[in-house]
Design a protein around this ligand. Structure first.
Ligand SMILES: *Cc1c(COP(=O)(O)O)cnc(C)c1O
Length: 381
């Protein structure tokens, strides 16, 4: 599969914009479902990776659930066809109004991240005369071997309840009239490409489910979160779903009646999106040649925020290869998409594609420098 871009169409449009290849999105979801359906695994797409309504409607049409981290995401998910009984709500800092609205919407469950959150959800549910379904988000203390800003499950990470507090969490829930414990939840980080990390997670979960079982607590749902990475160097390659799901199929011991849930975000939408930009200027800066493009860190912040790599292509030149620092127009030195990037001879007006930008691109865009938010263009519209 090699993505062909409608370059002539791009030439007519104002840049920058996100271009989404709908057939890549559909192929990705179909590949995912091939693996999950046969095992009865449940999938909640992590809305924060990309909340574009056009994409969400396609994703929900395949029957996936949604993983949300704010009330606004829940509202967006509901308006784009996700069923409330497939929505889970995570986050270390849920506001009271968000908890209240989520209870009224009757979502599947709250992934609760602290003892105090349990107390507050119980109080709010009591006032509304409702019972809140709870999955405890546990910090399993697993090193994810990814960038430190997207590691979420080592000691001293802000996410989840630490294992030594689980006893107290169980006591609290058994004394709370408006809480029903239905499962446990984990999410250990993002852009994880080493399957060994997920194997370590499975081993830890097996210990924990045994521990819960020894306390006579039955858990209907084991939710292992998201985190599967994509190959940013090979934008035309789909995620390693087969390898990933077989780790859990082979290693995780489920008790009778237990369901296994997943929350992939990046893996579903990453490869279908490309940030399309035009070259404004080229210039020399000492030993460096710069290509200044009209997209910036306000459109795609991952390189500036996580030193993330994105493959950069010039769609309109086949000149001789040379090297450029590809930079944006924002008044920050970190507004750089790539250093010493090999590109064909590049000139003003050339169209530049920044690949694998479907996840955490549009959804993290900002209006810094009062720039416009990047619009979205789709392959089938
Ligand atoms: C961000 C997040 C996800 C999705 O992570 P990906 O790396 O995009 O798969 C899943 N679950 C939770 C709780 C998250 O915060």
């Amino acid at each position: 599969m090699t993505t062909l871009f409608p370059v002539n169409r791009f030439k007519e449009l104002r840049t920058p914009f996100y271009y989404y290849n709908i057939s890549v999105l559909k192929k990705t979801i179909e590949l995912l479902k091939e693996e999950t359906d046969k095992s009865g695994f449940k999938v909640h797409y992590a809305i924060k990776a990309n909340a574009n309504p056009v994409l969400l409607k396609i994703i929900s049409s395949y029957g996936l659930g949604a993983d949300c981290v704010s009330w606004n995401e829940i509202e967006r998910a509901l308006s784009c066809g996700f069923r409330s009984d497939g929505i889970v709500f995570a986050g270390v800092g849920k506001s009271d109004y968000e908890i209240e609205n989520a209870l009224k919407a009757d979502i599947l469950c709250f992934n609760a991240e602290s003892l105090q959150e349990l107390i507050v959800i119980n109080e709010i549910a009591g006032k509304l005369g409702k019972t809140a379904r709870i999955a405890l988000r546990i910090n399993p203390n697993i090193e994810a071997h990814t960038h430190k800003h997207i590691t979420t499950a080592i000691d001293d990470s802000k996410f989840g309840i630490i294992i030594p507090e689980l006893d107290e969490a169980l006591n609290l829930i058994s004394g709370a009239k408006h809480l029903q414990l239905i499962g446990i939840h984990f999410h250990i980080g993002s852009q994880i490409t080493r399957m060994q990390v997920f194997k370590n997670l499975c081993a830890r979960i097996n210990e924990l489910t045994e521990w819960f079982s020894s306390r006579n607590v039955s858990l209907k749902i084991i939710n292992v979160g998201g985190g599967l990475g994509i190959d940013y160097h090979e934008p035309d390659i789909l995620p390693a779903f087969r390898e990933y799901f077989s780790v859990f199929r082979e290693m995780l011991r489920l008790y009778p009646g237990q369901e296994l849930h997943f929350e992939p975000g990046r893996a579903i939408v990453g490869q279908c999106g490309t940030l399309i930009s035009k070259v404004l200027f080229t210039k020399n800066g000492g030993n460096t040649k710069f290509a200044v493009i009209d997209a910036g860190m306000t459109d795609l912040i991952r390189p500036a925020l996580y030193q993330a790599y994105h493959k950069i292509e010039n769609l309109t030149s086949n000149g001789e290869k040379t090297h450029y620092d590809v930079v944006g127009p924002i008044c920050e030195s970190s507004d750089t998409f790539g250093k010493y990037v090999e590109l064909p001879e590049t000139k003003r007006g050339d169209i530049i594609a920044i690949r694998s930008a479907g996840a955490y691109g549009e959804s993290m865009a900002s209006r810094y420098n009062l720039r416009d938010l990047p619009p979205a263009v789709f392959s089938e519209d």
